[in-house]
Write a protein that binds this ligand. Structure first.
Ligand SMILES: [Zn+2]
Length: 580
């Protein structure tokens, strides 16, 4: 299974034998009675001091293979020292940001956690709601930043690993998360993070559902994002080392940028003020990843994360790779260079953790919330059928169909991503009207780019699911929250809420039950982790149960399992050969 560096195994074996001996009564451990532990061994804590969960938004698993030849720092270290799961994939259809982060942080699939999408149609209020929108919460900005709305984790129906960690280990655990996106910072941090911080309107913001940290006021004041105004994103390595064309086919660059490097962070360029265009360029540049890294390091220092009595938790959701990927697609120099820069940022973060928390005292778990489809226009070059499934066309076909059955218009209340919601009472009427129901389902299946459509009641019974596609839809289905119908686009087809007669304002997307959206890396490194490559099929829902096991806590409701193959077995390493 794993490939081992002998020296590391020996060292860890010695360290763990220290720990085992210290915790186990001598009479039950013959090894310990006959072979006293050398006092020269470096003590290892009985538990990790800090858990660092890193979610790289939209990182496809194959980027590890395609791009690692350019990595020399943090990502390379993860590959060299970590446990790498090569066949990790989400087993559900709703491959979106909020859902992925919730799955990683809780170990629960959307059918369990209730987080079925980034946003869905709320049948009670007859409005779209985001996964974090909370009418009882109020957002606020650090260092005078303006914040809109209110966000919390109240729609997350299960506790996160970090919620459980603090609850079970007592007040000593601090939970701190950062991301550009509210849904990432909040889902990573759980219901009561000490600080869940994201970026809005060019500043750092949070919500009164969480704590506020004065140190982040200081950081926001001394490190305003607008300091990056005027910088230019250029290729980090010689152009000949990049795999793809100078201009990515079908790409749609953020406003103010050309389709090829260099990408200046000057907004619309009309004056020297950081405008909205600047902030969206910044979020789509590696400077934003670096900024989050610096914020995290500042929190590590100021709070002494990993130096308290308990196990602290740091979550970082790197959002920039998602913005870059949406704009330029997976086959672009921009995406490739984003990972060169992220490799450097993570290298610096790990060096910082080594210095402040100690080598081997922390655990890093890195994964992604979802992958991404190729840009359709790019994929067409390979001869594969692809395109865009336009939901307004689906909606029109349904209205036209139901008009012939004398249904009141409008029959469709909303199509949110691929979830279709009928107006109140319409779906119940359809269920009692087989001819109209069949006509509706046929109409949807006849729209270009639609592969299939499932009725909610077909998906509610999870054990009854058979096909992989249906099982994936079922694992995403949460009664009362998901659509009445769930539409499945064909492979390599995007789905969009935009009209068919207007050009898209982005390159590509994700959110389907296909492998390019589901397949993500999972890498663990540090305390208690057995390095190596693991090829068994696993899911990101396995991350939280694995961390829970390493921290000695119990998760309540979850769908994942402990990745025991990647854990150092405390009983195994006590080999006589390791004693001088
Ligand atoms: Zn995305």
């Amino acid at each position: 299974m794993g490939k081992h560096a002998a020296t590391i195994v020996v060292t860890l074996a010695l360290l763990f034998s220290t720990k085992t001996t210290a915790q186990t009564p001598a009479k039950t451990s013959p090894t310990a009675t006959t072979r006293p532990v050398s006092p020269t061994l470096k003590p290892v804590p009985a538990h990790p001091k800090l858990i660092v969960v890193i979610v790289v938004d939209q990182m496809r698993a194959d980027y590890v293979d395609k791009f690692q030849f350019q990595w020399n720092s943090g990502l390379k270290r993860l590959l060299q020292q970590g446990a790498i799961f090569r066949e990790a994939a989400y087993p559900y259809a709703a491959t979106e940001t909020c859902v992925g982060h919730a799955t990683i942080s809780t170990g629960a699939l959307p059918a369990t956690s209730g987080i079925v999408a980034n946003a869905w149609w709320d049948r009670d209020t007859q409005k779209m709601v985001t996964c974090t929108a909370d009418p009882n919460a109020k957002n606020s900005g650090y260092a005078g930043a303006t914040a809109k709305g209110g966000d919390s984790a109240w729609r997350l129906n299960v506790p996160t690993f970090s919620d459980e960690l603090r609850f079970q280990s007592g007040a000593a655990t601090r939970v701190v998360t950062f991301s550009l996106k509210a849904r990432s910072a909040i889902m990573l941090g759980g219901h009561k993070a000490d600080a869940a911080t994201w970026v809005d309107g060019g500043g750092l913001v949070t919500s009164n559902a969480f704590g506020t940290l004065p140190l982040l006021d200081d950081f926001a004041k001394t490190h305003p994002i607008k300091e990056d105004y005027g910088k230019t994103w250029t290729l980090s390595s010689p152009a000949s080392t990049y795999k793809y064309d100078e201009k990515a086919t079908g790409a749609v660059a953020p406003g103010g940028w050309d389709l090829s490097f260099p990408h200046p962070l000057r907004g619309k360029g009309a004056n020297n003020d950081p405008d909205d265009a600047f902030y969206s360029q910044w979020a789509t540049s590696p400077y934003a990843d670096t900024y989050l890294t610096k914020a995290a390091e500042y929190a590590i220092d100021q709070l002494g994360l990993g130096k308290g009595g308990g196990i602290d938790y740091l979550g970082i959701g790197y959002s920039t790779p998602d913005y870059v990927g949406h704009a330029f697609g997976p086959r672009s120099r921009e995406v490739q260079d984003t990972y060169v820069r992220l490799d450097k940022d993570l290298g610096e973060l790990f060096a910082h953790l080594d210095a402040k928390v100690g080598v081997g005292n922390y655990i890093v778990a890195l994964s992604a919330d979802h992958g991404v489809a190729p840009v359709p226009e790019d994929m067409q070059k390979s001869g594969v059928s692809t395109g865009v499934l336009h939901m307004p066309e689906v909606q029109k076909k349904i209205e036209d169909t139901l008009r012939t059955f004398n249904y009141t218009a409008p029959a469709v209340a909303q199509i949110a991503s691929t979830d279709l919601y009928f107006t109140t009472g319409t779906y119940d009427k359809l269920k009692a009207d087989p001819a109209a129901m069949k006509a509706v389902l046929d109409a949807i299946r006849n729209v270009a780019g639609a592969a299939d459509v499932y009725r909610g009641e077909e998906l509610a019974d999870r054990p009854a699911t058979r096909s992989l596609l249906r099982a994936a839809e079922s694992a995403s289905y949460f009664p009362g929250r998901s659509g009445d119908l769930l539409i499945v686009p064909k492979p390599y087809w995007l789905s969009t809420s935009g009209p068919a007669d207007k050009p898209r304002d982005y390159g590509t997307g994700h959110g389907t039950p296909y492998y390019y959206d589901q397949h993500v890396p999972i890498i663990f490194m540090g305390w208690g982790i057995e390095r190596g490559e693991y090829f068994g099929a696993v899911t990101p829902a396995d991350i939280a149960p694995t961390l829970a096991s390493l921290c000695g806590i119990t998760l309540g409701t979850h769908d994942g399992r402990i990745l025991s193959e990647a854990l150092i077995k405390k009983s195994a390493p006590a080999k006589a050969s390791t004693t001088p």
